[in-house]
Design a protein around this ligand. Structure first.
Ligand SMILES: NC(=O)c1ccc[n+]([C@@H]2O[C@H](COP(=O)([O-])OP(=O)(O)OC[C@H]3O[C@@H](n4cnc5c(N)ncnc54)[C@H](OP(=O)(O)O)[C@@H]3O)[C@@H](O)[C@H]2O)c1
Length: 280
């Protein structure tokens, strides 16, 4: 029984591949660019682009379950091909944003929500992993911190409960190898609510040097963020952080509640990733 991992160059997909490979399970890693993939010996690779259904049959041959990155374009065709190939179970890397108000029109949530709905109307058993903010989002600060520049934020006191990518991967591996999560929808967070200012203080402590934080206006943040993402995404993120300003984040399912072992902390993530924040 082969497990297909889509989006295989992604950080979470790579961690899931390593876990399933260590258990000796037959795997196929599918990517838009399979030649650029690094996979352990013995892991098959396949090309999978959702807008190119001609590749679906080969990617899905002998596959019984899929770890799926949410991509709505072509999802209906992929689901039909999966059903025809005999796939039984899909574990989706969705997002907690699907639970937000007006998720259908929210650019952060809508692509995951469309994939969730397509899966819900299929014959496949679906397990939905809905993580909140990834700890790895802090890598967006890496350049400024390594250059000794201040971090400029409109809402430095907005709370999130950052989740370690390895916790998402552990939960995904359990969803693909065990039965405790099958068919469930779980909202995943890290173990603690932290403001951006507190995250930066933890990073500073780990690095052994101060990281100045500068509060800027929403308009200044819009300008700054527009270099990296489209305007609707910028507004959506700023709305989210404004709503989270000085408001502790809810802690939902963690590796502790789902798998019974302690969730990794943001400090652990910061320690492991310290080199990314250090001048090269
Ligand atoms: N960041 C958050 O706070 C957050 C919160 C909740 C949910 N999510 C969801 O999590 C997913 C992102 O997960 P992730 O962090 O594992 O993804 P990632 O590392 O950002 O990669 C996303 C995808 O981009 C493709 N890709 C293209 N060029 C790449 C490159 N040079 N290196 C690596 N990947 C490349 C890969 O697919 P191919 O191999 O097919 O090209 C990969 O699966 C998104 O669907 C997002 O909605 C994120």
């Amino acid at each position: 029984m082969t497990t297909l991992i889509t989006g295989a160059r992604g950080r979470i997909a790579q961690a899931v591949i390593n876990r399933l490979h260590a258990l000796g399970l037959p795997l196929r890693a599918a990517s838009a660019h399979p030649t650029a993939l690094t996979v352990p010996d013995g892991v098959e690779t396949a090309e999978l682009v959702l807008t190119r259904p001609e590749n679906f049959e080969a990617a899905l041959r002998d596959v019984r379950q899929v770890f799926l990155y949410p991509e709505p374009s072509g999802i209906d065709e992929l689901i039909k091909a999966a059903e025809a190939a005999g796939v039984e179970h899909v574990v989706l890397l969705s997002s907690s944003s699907v639970l937000g108000p007006d998720a259908e029109n929210d650019p952060l949530a809508s692509h995951s929500l469309r994939v969730e709905r397509a899966l819900a109307s299929s014959d496949l058993t679906c397990t939905l992993l809905r993580p909140d903010a990834f700890a790895g989002n802090s890598l967006g600060w890496a350049h400024s911190i390594s250059q000794g520049q201040p971090i400029r934020l409109a809402y430095p006191d907005a709370h999130i409960a950052p989740i370690h990518p390895d916790d998402i991967a552990d939960i995904a591996a359990e969803a693909l190898t065990g039965t405790s999560l099958t068919g469930r929808a779980v909202t995943l967070t890290g173990p603690e609510s932290l403001t951006f200012r507190e995250q930066l203080a933890l990073l500073a402590d780990t690095l052994g040097r101060a990281i100045p934080v500068e509060q800027i206006t929403r308009a200044e943040a819009e300008q700054q963020m527009a270099h990296h993402m489209p305007p609707p995404m910028v507004s959506s993120l700023l709305d989210l952080w404004e709503a989270a300003d000085r408001t502790p984040a809810a802690i939902h399912d963690t590796t502790h509640t789902l798998l019974g072992h302690p969730a990794r902390t943001y400090r652990q993530w910061a320690t492991e990733n310290a080199p990314a924040f250090t001048p090269h």
